[in-house]
Write a protein that binds this ligand. Structure first.
Ligand code: SF4
Length: 406
């Protein structure tokens, strides 16, 4: 009999405005339920994060990172926060330092992004992926991710944090992101720069593009919202000349390769020493690598924790679906920034309403489940719910009426 994985959830809504019921207490409770006791004394523990870029501060707040780090230390583990070299080098700009996190911050694939282990893979002609060496050096992993939207696949959470973040830059950008070009979607022999310009002009997202160096056309899959299920204006402008099409296969190959890549990383660890935490706060429409402030298009939800990566992401997506888009924010966003489905009541996930119907945010988890990585059926256990905490007797709250540190 297969066991249904547990997903622990701490909502940002509390029953009382009291510290005993707030998010930090809920995070502590989730960590307790995840049971970090499998982390042994001196185990090196990678806390894999996205530390953001440039001015993108809407990542997991250092306040929570420090709490996770302290919990690892309590087990005798030796934690280190890790991400790609650029994000690590300028992490202090966004408040992440050894002092604030409580542990070193180490570039995931070395200072020159070249400390990697080639991992064999058999997928669509790809033979190997360069897995990040510092991550693989660890004995345990806390997959600490920020749940947000993503242009290529609709959603970025636990899978994406490992699948892309667990590899060197070239593997991440050229091999994994580049897989969208696997299935041809136009006849290159018949394509010209002038014709491509026609397609680009027709597209409200400017997604078709021409590479002057390579003299080659391509579709920017990240920006394409598939005209939200309506008439695809680029296809109309092509008028059959090059057979230009916008196919689900191209988008899906990225999701499938993400599942493959995440499995390679997680298979390198003892399953008992893998922990996933998704932070559903500051839920922006695009990835943290944008490096800029973005509107939070979905209101804060809380924290999700599980030992099962599929369950963690599926539960996070279900909670996002239940919450729905913040329509008053959505209405203020100009089309040039982001085009949303004209029918917000359409039976689509909020990430599909933003990124288009083909970018099914559950797909990566489905591909993962098919590869035995976890279960999309899960048991949601809410910790310190609003109902529960509303019925509790809070400790007396004292306000800071004067300096209390001396
Ligand atoms: S389907 Fe629509 S959004 Fe996508 S490239 Fe074509 S015109 Fe642009």
């Amino acid at each position: 009999m297969t066991t249904i994985p547990e997903v622990y959830f701490g909502s940002n809504i509390s029953g009382l405005p009291s510290m005993f019921a707030n998010m930090s207490t809920k995070l502590d409770k989730i960590i307790e339920l995840l049971d970090l006791s499998t982390i042994k004394k001196k185990d090196k523990v990678a806390v894999k994060m996205h530390l953001g870029f440039n001015e993108g501060y809407q990542t997991v707040p250092v306040f929570f990172v420090r709490r996770v780090v302290e919990a690892i230390k309590k087990q005798g583990g030796v934690p280190f926060v890790t991400d790609n070299p650029t994000a690590v080098y300028n992490a202090a700009y966004r408040g992440y330092t050894q002092e604030t996190c409580g542990c070193p911050i180490i570039p995931i694939a070395g200072v020159k992004d070249g400390y990697v282990t080639k991992k064999e893979v058999d997928f669509a002609g790809i033979e190997s992926l360069d897995a990040a060496g510092a991550l693989l050096d660890a004995d345990a992993i806390v997959n600490l991710s920020h749940s947000k939207g993503h242009g290529s696949c609709g959603y970025g959470g636990a899978f994406k944090n490992i699948a892309l973040g667990g590899y060197s830059g070239p593997t991440r950008w050229q091999t994994i992101h580049g897989i969208v070009e696997r299935d041809s979607y136009f006849d290159a022999e018949k394509m010209t720069k002038e014709h491509l310009e026609k397609l680009k002009k027709a597209c409200p997202r400017n997604a078709p593009s021409w590479d002057n160096k390579k003299k080659k056309a391509s579709l920017n899959f990240y920006d394409c919202d598939q005209c939200h299920g309506g008439e695809q204006l680029c296809v109309k402008a092509d008028d059959g000349k090059t057979g230009w099409s916008v196919n689900p296969e191209n988008f899906d190959s990225f999701q499938e390769l993400m599942a493959v890549a995440a499995k390679i990383i997680l298979d390198s660890f003892d399953a008992a020493k893998i922990f996933h935490l998704n932070f559903l706060i500051d839920i922006t429409p695009f990835c943290d690598c944008y490096g800029m402030a973005m509107p939070a298009v979905i209101d804060d939800i809380g924290i999700v924790g599980s030992k099962d990566i599929v369950a963690a992401d599926v539960a996070s997506l279900d909670l996002i679906a239940e919450q729905g888009l913040n329509e008053s924010i959505i209405k203020k966003i100009p089309e040039k920034y982001m085009r949303v489905n004209p029918d917000l009541s359409a039976k689509l996930h909020p990430w599909q309403l933003i990124h288009g119907p083909i970018k099914d945010p559950y797909k990566v988890a489905k591909y993962g489940e098919a590869r035995g990585m976890g279960s999309s059926k899960y048991k949601l256990i809410e910790v310190l719910s609003a109902e529960e905490t509303a019925a509790m007797e809070p400790p007396k709250h004292t306000f800071e009426s004067g300096p209390s540190f001396f």
